[in-house]
Write a protein of this length. Sequence first.
Length: 285
Amino acid sequence: MQKDTTKHPCFNKETAGSCGRVHLPVAPKCNIQCNYCNRKYDCVNESRPGVTSSVLKPFQAAEYMDAVLEKEPRITVAGIAGPGDPFANPEETLETMRLLNKKHPHLIFCLSSNGMGILPYLDELKELGVSHVTITISAIDPKIGAKIYSWVKDGKVVYHGEKGAKVLLERQLAAIKGLKERGITVKINSIVIPGINEHHIAEVSKVCADLGADIQNMIPLKPTADTPFADIIEPGHETIGPLRKEACKVIEQMTHCRRCRADAVGLLGDDKSVALCGTMKSCSE
Ligand code: SF4
Ligand code: SF4
């Protein structure tokens, strides 16, 4: 089935008023620990602490999708963005995509990942019709990465410090390359963390652009309680604006991100997560 891949409201701002997305919360575990994330309060790869009303099994997510499309026909995108990482839960993620590909092949399929575990699944993602992937990369220097990630898990091995940041970075950069080789549109999410990486973001933009990434989304850190970065002040436009201005010379910038929940649904900025919460709950019962 031919998809209209232009109708992704995050990748194409012009469609944001008419096309919506749903995040299916099927991925509870994570394979890294970012110092801004506290999944007690929920967390998505896009650095938005919020809540997900439920975690769904793949078959429940497919049923939920049916119900959502009935109530909100403007949905054009089905994505998985947490509450952990899609590839720390690869069975759930791929099974959900398989079911959606059978039932709703016209939808745009989108995944948001830290990039750590995605590499073994690139061919299958392509086959399943995944057209858009976001990789969150906030540092391309392991010294800086070591300040952002407290640990990185590779199979049964847990790495800390620069070693962990280096392993993660290698996977992330290989993921961009592999996704682009398969013709998949790639967005880079970069969390801007004052005092940690704001002077480094231009390098992140350049390295990702050189690998063929299509667009970058600089997201101001949203300080979350009970995390090492809880006391960092959220950067404002005076910080993000000049960073975007510089980076747009090498890579297109997304400027309309709403830092959505892991169970967001509807048009960007007009979220129906709460309104559809009952629908999700009945699917998870
Ligand atoms: Fe939290 Fe996402 Fe980082 Fe995992 S990758 S620790 S879910 S922000
Ligand atoms: Fe789009 Fe940003 Fe929301 Fe992700 S968090 S769905 S990129 S608006």
